[in-house]
Design a protein around this ligand. Structure first.
Ligand code: GLN
Length: 310
């Protein structure tokens, strides 16, 4: 692919998608996120040689939010193995909003249906090993710093504090999981780890690189280092297809057809097996919590570059 021409294409597709920013609203249940300008839109693409092409707001920092659920799952699988992880969290999509509580009680055995909903990700956070919250978080940050090549990846403290203060629903989920025996250990500590990993700050360039590591089955294409096993990458990409876009995952699979994971700050990480990682940022969200213009842009890009995997 010619980099100059591909960048021009990215710019024109971004311009076409940016009108859709007006169709959404920034997340406000985490007060700090409500401060974002809804008109922003950025995209980066990381190629198998590690080169990155970008258009729009590609240097604007935003928090990973639910995109981080992929990376805690990677760590939990590497530290505990599949059997342990999937005894405590399921593999099925829910059809419910990401913060829903209802099926925790109605489905037996009592465990979250998958690791991409909040309940499942809180359960996964409970599996991350380490001597303290700090230590558990550092394991994750170390992996993300290595994968992005950016040693300065850190938490946005304002977003972290803002979520921690207002997280009644996530607290309810966590304490329900404790009661069901899914979470053991200190619940508030695990919640603290969850809020912190959601508040890890990145740009679309870094998200594109993270997506490329998954596209390369766990290998960092820049250093050639294996970061996690191929089997772990396969599991994550499958969850991205079935549950990555919350209860819009089916629609997204048909309209776009790329494994992807979104977050309420407006980020989306997409991974085209063997071919590229894509990072998108557009904080105006649809009613299910996905970036409106971000989804549109991925749809246009998938058509233009024939990226759909199906
Ligand atoms: N931190 C957010 C929450 O728990 C993450 C949710 C999301 O990005 N969908 O509500």
């Amino acid at each position: 692919m010619n980099a100059g021409y591909a960048t021009e294409q990215l710019e024109s597709l971004l311009a076409a998608a940016s009108a859709d920013t007006e169709k959404g609203k920034v997340a406000s249940y985490i007060p700090e996120l409500a401060k974002e300008d809804p008109r922003q839109l950025g995209v980066s693409v990381c190629m198998p040689d590690g080169s990155i092409l970008s258009a729009g707001d590609a240097d604007t920092p935003f928090t990973l939010q639910s995109i981080s659920k992929i990376f805690t799952l990677i760590l939990a699988l590497c530290q505990n193995g599949q059997q342990y992880v999937f005894e405590r969290v399921g593999k099925e999509p829910t059809g419910d909003p990401f913060n829903s509580i209802i099926k925790l009680e109605t489905i037996k055995p009592h465990k979250p249906l998958n690791p991409m909903i909040n309940a499942g990700a809180i359960a996964v956070a409970g599996m991350i090993q380490g001597k303290s919250v700090e230590d558990r978080l550092n394991g994750l940050l170390d992996m993300l710093r290595k994968m992005t090549g950016n040693p300065d990846i850190r938490i946005n403290e304002a977003v972290y504090g803002s979520e921690k203060k207002t997280a009644a629903r996530n607290r309810a989920l966590a304490w329900f999981l404790k009661d069901s025996g899914v979470l053991d250990g200190d619940v508030e500590e695990t919640l603290d780890l969850y809020f912190r990993h959601c508040a890890i700050e990145v740009t679309t360039k870094e998200v594109a690189k993270l997506g490329m590591v998954l596209a390369a089955d766990g290998i960092d294409v820049v250093t050639g280092e294996r970061i996690f096993p191929e089997e772990v990458a396969r599991i994550c990409k499958t969850f991205m297809v079935t549950c990555g876009m919350y209860n819009a995952s089916g629609e997204f699979a048909i309209d776009v057809g790329i494994p992807a994971k979104s977050g309420v700050a407006g980020g989306i990480m997409a991974t085209v097996p063997k071919r590229m990682g894509i990072g998108v940022f557009g904080p105006a969200l649809d009613e299910k919590g996905n970036s409106v213009a971000g989804v549109k842009l991925l749809e246009l890009l998938a058509k233009e570059w024939k990226l759909g995997i199906f």
